[in-house]
Design a protein around this ligand. Structure first.
Ligand SMILES: NC(=O)c1ccc[n+]([C@@H]2O[C@H](COP(=O)([O-])OP(=O)(O)OC[C@H]3O[C@@H](n4cnc5c(N)ncnc54)[C@H](OP(=O)(O)O)[C@@H]3O)[C@@H](O)[C@H]2O)c1
Length: 225
């Protein structure tokens, strides 16, 4: 199984679970190095596209977690084309809740990435997840460094623990291609502030028909205090 972004916050949770399920794991990263963890690391930059054919050689299932502030649409298109050439059997992609409603450049790029997977001839599964606790934690830490901490009103979030996301992704990767599956959100909704119509209207919140993680923000904070 190839995991792109296997070195990131989510990927570091996914890789050991895949190994535990008995699969050999190859991780695609821009900086390949042997970490002595039984994982094969291959160097490739999704934005450049170089090295992708080698990375996908003899790969059955791809879990695509790599992402950055810019260009996820371009990188995912490159990955999808290489996966089609390699005859990959199942491509699992992590997307973001309300990705089709938020008119920000980042979300447009994430939507383009999702679309590239959905238009692919490789059988696929896409799951949209809410913000991870780690992301909320880093955001709060950054805001706390400002002389006056801005706390926008009216925004509600339903953050999810990256470990819950990792468990769901591995379950999906080990199953059959399932198309767009229900969003994955955390167990509780929290107020934060006001950032835009979608967030105020709760377009990012999924209280029905979603898969709900188990670990709350309070659980996460207790582990990080
Ligand atoms: N964070 C959230 O709250 C959240 C919520 C929903 C969905 N997601 C999605 O979940 C995915 C993982 O998020 P994360 O928080 O784990 O991200 P992260 O910690 O920032 O890790 C990003 C990963 O992407 C890889 N990467 C970045 N640019 C790359 C490139 N051009 N070529 C190859 N690899 C590249 C990095 O690998 P190297 O640095 O080793 O190259 C790293 O492993 C992303 O697609 C993100 O959009 C995140």
């Amino acid at each position: 199984m190839l995991v792109t972004g296997g070195t990131g916050t989510l990927g570091r949770q996914v890789v050991p679970l895949v190994q535990k399920a008995g699969w050999k794991v190859r991780v695609l990263s821009r900086h390949a190095q042997d970490r002595g963890d039984g994982v094969e690391y291959v160097a490739a930059d999704l934005l450049q596209g170089d090295g992708l054919d080698a990375a996908l050689q003899a790969v059955d299932v791809v879990v695509h977690l790599a992402g950055g502030p810019k260009g996820d649409d371009v990188g995912t298109r490159n990955l999808v084309r290489a996966a089609e050439r390699a005859g990959v059997r199942h491509l699992v992609h992590i997307s973001v809740t309300a990705v089709d409603q938020l008119p920000l450049t980042y979300f447009k790029s994430k939507l383009g990435a999702e679309q590239a997977v959905r238009d692919s001839s490789v059988p696929w599964t896409v799951v949209r997840a809410a913000q991870f606790h780690d992301f909320a934690f880093k955001t709060v830490q950054a805001l706390a460094k400002l002389p006056v901490m801005p706390v926008p009103g009216g925004v509600r979030l339903q953050p999810v623990d990256a470990r819950d996301v990792a468990e769901r992704l591995v379950e999906l990767a080990l199953g059959e291609p399932a198309g767009l599956v229900p969003d994955l959100v955390g167990p509780k909704v929290y107020s934060l502030g006001k950032a835009g119509k979608v967030y105020r209207a709760g377009g990012n919140l999924t209280l029905t028909g979603a898969t709900i993680g188990t670990r709350t923000w309070e659980d996460f904070l207790a582990e990080h205090s």
